[in-house]
Ligand binder design. Structure first.
Ligand code: C5P
Length: 235
């Protein structure tokens, strides 16, 4: 499977998000709607993106009791999103409830959204986890990815540096979606564990989430096309 680019629409309103999406039509196929945008605008922004023909990743990182997560994923599936995520730390019953919810939210015969698990947020370094004696975040991330696979989830959100180990532990079909992508010449912003688009693809990531290197560029469309070129042909 060829790796795909997902553009993070981290904007405060639907108007600027949809304008950005419009400028990327025909370049990127996937858009990511996260907490800021969804909290401000709700489902309308999802329908706007779907009407423009985009695939949508709803990045709300659900983490609650199984019944509540099942309902949340069911609602997301009803909106027609193509991918959602939950926290792997919610455990087996929560994960299985999410998988049930995603099927309940679509009509018979319709492909349900992919459900990915967040392992340990890539913003967490050793010592940041508020648990005494917690293992190294990257070791925990790998263990949680293996668990997510056992729970029947479709894949994980992980750093491009972890993708290779996760792929070899969980198998080629298990999806790795990687944020923290920075083309070699661009600014790191607040991201720390960054990889280039070519490195992420080489390490086995299936989806590359890119925000500011595209949305903050003078020409977002040219920036997206350059990243896709690097994903397909290396640097
Ligand atoms: O602008 P930038 O490329 O850093 O955007 C990365 C996107 O990926 C943001 O929307 C951020 O919320 C998201 N993300 C992340 N690290 C994670 C999970 C999600 O950067 N572990």
């Amino acid at each position: 499977m060829m790796a795909e680019l997902v553009v993070a629409l981290d904007f405060k309103d639907a108007k600027s998000s949809l304008a950005m999406a419009k400028s990327l039509k025909g370049a990127a196929l996937w858009m990511k709607v996260g907490l800021e945008l969804f909290t401000a605008e709700g489902p309308a922004v999802i329908s706007g993106l779907k009407e423009m023909g985009f695939k949508v990743f709803l990045d709300l990182k659900f983490f609650d009791i199984p019944n509540t997560v099942q309902g949340a994923v069911r609602s997301a599936a009803r909106l027609g999103v193509d991918m959602v995520n939950i926290h792997a730390l919610g455990g087996e019953r929560m994960a299985q409830a999410a998988m049930a919810g995603c099927v309940e939210g679509v009509a018979d015969g319709v492909q349900p959204p992919l459900v990915l698990a967040v392992t340990i947020l890539t913003s967490m370094a050793a010592g940041d986890l508020p648990v005494d004696g917690a293992p190294e975040p990257s070791e925990m991330a790998l263990d949680l990815a293996v668990k997510a696979k056992q729970y029947g989830l479709n894949g994980v959100v992980c750093s491009g540096l972890e993708a290779e180990r996760i792929k070899s532990a969980c198998g080629p079909e298990f999806i790795c979606l990687t944020p923290g992508i920075r083309p070699a010449a661009s600014a790191g912003d607040d991201q720390r564990r960054v990889v280039t688009p070519a490195q992420a693809v080489k390490n086995g990531s299936n989806f590359l989430v890119v925000g500011r290197p595209i949305t903050g560029a003078a020409s977002p469309r040219d920036a997206a096309l350059a990243i896709i070129e690097e994903m397909e042909h290396g640097v």
